[in-house]
Design a binder for this molecule. Sequence first.
Ligand code: SF4
Ligand code: SF4
Length: 407
Amino acid sequence: MRQSQREITSDLLRRVIATATLDGYLNRTIKEGKLPLSMLTYKQLALGHPVIMNLDLMIENTCGKNCNHCFFPTSTSQVVSVQEIENWITTNSERGNLFLYPREITAIPELLPLYAEIGQTKLITHAYQLTPEMIDLFKKHGITTIMVGLHGDIDAHCAITNTSPEKYYTLLNKIKMAAKAGLTVETFFVAYSKNFFQVAKTAMLAYDLGVKQMRFLTLMPIGKALTLPDDWYLNEDQFQYFIVRVAQSREKYSPKEIYLKFDAQLGPNFFSNGIYSFFANHSTEKIDMGFQSTFFCPAVRSQFLATHWPSGKIFPCFTLTGNQEHSIGNIQTGIEAAIANNYLAVPNLDRKLQGKCSPSACPFNPICMGGCRTMAYLTAKKRGDPHPELTEMPLCLTRSLLQMLNV
Ligand code: SF4
Ligand code: SF4
């Protein structure tokens, strides 16, 4: 199985890197053609102002938990009124695809009608409070999919979520119950030093519980995680081991059985098929002119804004939400002002990225612009870097694949 993965990746590698530089590769593979307009672009043209791909409403009610990986800075029971949120939705509904993210929806079910109002069918929950009645309520309000954290075996999960062992079995039962009741259950797995080697057995567990998608990400240095020992974060060797295990597990299941997905937070995978269709439609010229590559992280395109209620602050990425020092504006002064103030935006990064993400060090720089800028920014910030927004991705999926292939 490992051999087969290597062979597949080697083949992709030959096709991508054969010419040694991105320009060479582009010259050989680009078919000139018109850039297709995305639905987002059509919407922008029709409305006459930028439309945000994802406009999150993060509502900081209490969740009753105290996870070690939680990016919310503090536990609070503060919440604004449903009416206030509804008013904002009415005024801003055309600005982007709205996504409601209360800290914990099962603690504030009165928000559920708003999901139906904005057409949102998926929600995130810790799942511990799920009951058959709650699931019925979800369905009544158009929810089809729930997303829940499942981070490995009992020891690994309880350590990262700061919960008791009994709660682990409660969680497994709740996931199973939700899947049986007809909800699509997706899980996320935050990789850290106590679980990075548990990918295969967690995928098997999730599959047995009826989970349909498992998303893999890594521990980020924000919120409560900032208090964790450094050795909880993956080092390069552990990261590579983790990636190989995810890749192997992906071969074991068809996407219909359970879809195992690398999260965008690991950086784009330039060995995936998506790169070929991208190059078939885009020219080097457009990329050099600052074309908004579809591989750019939405935060650098200012296409993913998170509003935080009730502080009223705006953040350039979901993960930064609520941590006031990372804010780029507030709801009162508006979305345009926040976009203009986005320290992670492309104009601030173009040709300025450092280390392994710099244009001279990485052939993918023009279409990648440094992977997950939030991950890079937070890691650099933690170690006190004076320009954290310009630093390299600490762990990059593509770079790890290159290293594994020894090129
Ligand atoms: S990760 Fe979710 S459940 Fe855990 S403390 Fe944060 S908001 Fe609560
Ligand atoms: S090294 Fe940086 S620029 Fe290159 S692929 Fe990885 S994240 Fe993107």
